[in-house]
Design a protein around this ligand. Structure first.
Ligand SMILES: *Cc1c(COP(=O)(O)O)cnc(C)c1O
Length: 414
């Protein structure tokens, strides 16, 4: 696969025309046809985030400390607001990252270095005990750092099986993980029990709130029941929470938090003896988009507490509408999810075949392998799509029930 640069630069119009042609066949996210990847609160808030991003388009997060003091202040403000939201103690600390994956990789790196220091064992390999449903970013982190991962099957409620996780702990275990919620099922793991287990065994507990971190606190304030999942549980050591999911901030933006500055101190990287001088970064990335920091700061201020609570209430209403519509077709929502993810299945219908039919109608089908299900992660992007989605879902389920469908069903690939 080789291709030359154009010999002469293209005019601006030609460039944009071609880019639009290239994406003309994309899944129509603007009309809510993607069950993940894109998140929306309101058009107004999206525009503020975009404008802030563009205003700080050129600044580099890497230079926050030395050159771009405003950006550094915005970053500190965003982290401080996240810490309050997740009820972190006064001595807690955190970092702005480029996404959930980076938050998770850095949390496990920090945990490993903390364990090596605490145990006086500089080459300790360490293992991490986590539920099967935890995000692949944990496996990526383990591969990068040669950690052993012990993925444990879920309980029948599609949540972490705490006693099975306890049984998987040994002397080399450095961390436990729970999700709030897990991506596949949308279920919040029993974090309170994991917190007790972590305290009893003297282990680090990371809560992956990439999906729920900027949603669950507001869902709770809107009056919906949400089990405890944050730093109010004394065994929670670190958390990941994505601004670019239900924080509704421009990508790439996430946060990683630690119970104390002493834990957080194991995250930054420093090289002292470089010819250009001391080099330090808190995260994996060096150069980072200033726009993402400004965009997050702007969106948090644009929505405010009241705005997020209002959006959370509307999302939960929408989830209820989708759920009732899905159940009216005779499908079953798996595991009573607490927030905005619905995974739904049926005993008598192959949902992967239904997903294939939905794909043919222009919906990007989200699917889960076990049990064979379809999957939605809902935000206000999906509000206008509700009637069309339910009509097409009903028809596709009907086609599959009638046996009028060829093919093996969609495969599960992200
Ligand atoms: C999205 C997600 C991640 C990873 O976040 P990215 O921003 O895509 O890197 C981690 N955990 C959960 C539960 C997620 O849904």
């Amino acid at each position: 696969m080789r291709s030359e640069l154009p010999v002469e630069g293209w005019p601006r119009d030609a460039i944009f025309r071609r880019m639009r042609e290239l994406s003309a066949g994309d899944v129509d996210w603007r009309r809510g046809r993607t069950p993940l990847y894109v998140f929306k609160a309101t058009d107004e808030v999206a525009a503020i985030g975009r404008d802030a991003f563009v205003e700080f388009f050129t600044e580099n997060g890497l230079g926050g400390r030395r050159a771009f003091h405003g950006l550094k202040q915005m970053e500190d403000d965003v982290v401080a607001m996240g810490l309050s939201l997740l009820r972190a103690p006064p001595d807690a600390a955190g970092y702005f990252t480029t996404g959930g994956s980076e938050s998770i990789v850095t949390a496990l790196k920090t945990c490993r270095d903390f364990a090596r220091h605490q145990r006086g064992h500089a080459t300790l390999r360490g293992n991490v005990v986590l539920p099967q449903s935890a995000h692949p970013a944990f496996t990526k982190a383990a591969q990068l750092m040669d950690l052993e991962l012990r993925r444990v099957p879920l309980s029948p409620r599609f949540r972490a099986d705490v006693s099975a996780m306890a049984a998987a702990i040994d002397a080399e275990t450095i961390a436990l993980v729970g999700s709030a919620p897990s991506f596949p099922y949308g279920t919040i793991d029993p974090i309170a029990e994991l917190s007790d287990l972590a305290l009893a065994r003297g282990l680090w507990l990371h809560v992956d709130a990439c999906v729920g971190g900027y949603l669950a606190p507001f869902v709770a304030r809107a009056g919906f029941p949400v089990p405890a999942f944050d730093f109010s549980l004394p065994g929670v050591t670190s958390m990941s929470a994505d601004l670019h999911k239900f924080g509704f901030c421009p990508k790439p933006a996430s946060t990683v938090f630690y119970r104390s500055a002493a834990h957080a101190a194991f995250q930054p990287f420093t090289m002292e003896d470089w010819p250009s001088g001391r080099f330090t970064t808190a995260t994996i990335a060096g150069t980072r988009p200033g726009g993402a920091v400004a965009g997050a700061w702007a969106v948090l201020h644009a929505l405010g507490e009241a705005g997020y609570v209002d959006v959370a209430r509307r999302i939960m209403g929408l989830v209820g509408d989708y759920r009732r519509g899905i159940e009216a077709i005779g499908l079953t929502v798996v595991a009573d999810p607490e927030l905005s993810i619905l995974c739904f299945t049926a005993a008598d219908v192959d949902m992967l075949k239904v997903a294939e039919r939905m794909g043919a109608r222009g919906w990007l089908p989200g699917v889960v392998r076990e049990p064979k299900s379809m999957h939605l992660m809902l935000s206000l992007l999906h509000e206008p799509a509700l009637p069309d989605y339910l009509r097409d879902l009903r028809e596709c389920v009907g086609e599959v029930r009638a046996g009028a469908v060829e093919g093996a069903g969609v495969s599960v690939k992200y």
